[in-house]
Design a protein. Structure first.
Length: 123
């Protein structure tokens, strides 16, 4: 993957996470959920699972993800789902999704530095 595209994806994930956290703050989501180690793990494991699934068919994933509408739609989908979770009191869902996004940003950093995705061998 092109480094610029990878950096773009990391920035999109970081911006989505920031917007999710900002919205959660306005919605009054209990901040303690974000410090729950179980939810940190759920978010990180969820990100790894999604990444491995997408790495199994890299051509299709790349072709779809290169569409701006898919990238924007995905970010908006996360924000809408986060808003629904926050508005129904599902702070744990919001926290797990936020940690998944944080984990993805971390993975992007690793790939940018190492030059390869360490999860690719698991796919």
């Amino acid at each position: 993957m092109d480094r610029r595209q990878l950096a773009r994806d990391g920035l999109l994930a970081a911006a989505t996470c920031g917007a999710l956290l900002l919205g959660a703050g306005f919605a009054g989501v209990d901040r303690r959920a974000f410090a729950d180690p179980l939810l940190v793990g759920v978010g990180c494991v969820g990100m790894v699972g999604i990444e491995i699934l997408l790495l199994r068919n890299p051509e299709l994933t790349r072709r779809l993800w290169n569409r701006r509408s898919v990238r924007i739609g995905s970010a908006l989908g996360v924000l809408v789902a986060g808003w629904l979770a926050a508005s129904t009191g599902a702070a744990r869902v919001v926290a797990a999704v936020a940690w998944g996004l944080v984990a993805y940003v971390g993975l992007v950093g690793v790939v940018l530095v190492a030059g390869r995705n360490p999860l690719a061998r698991l796919a």
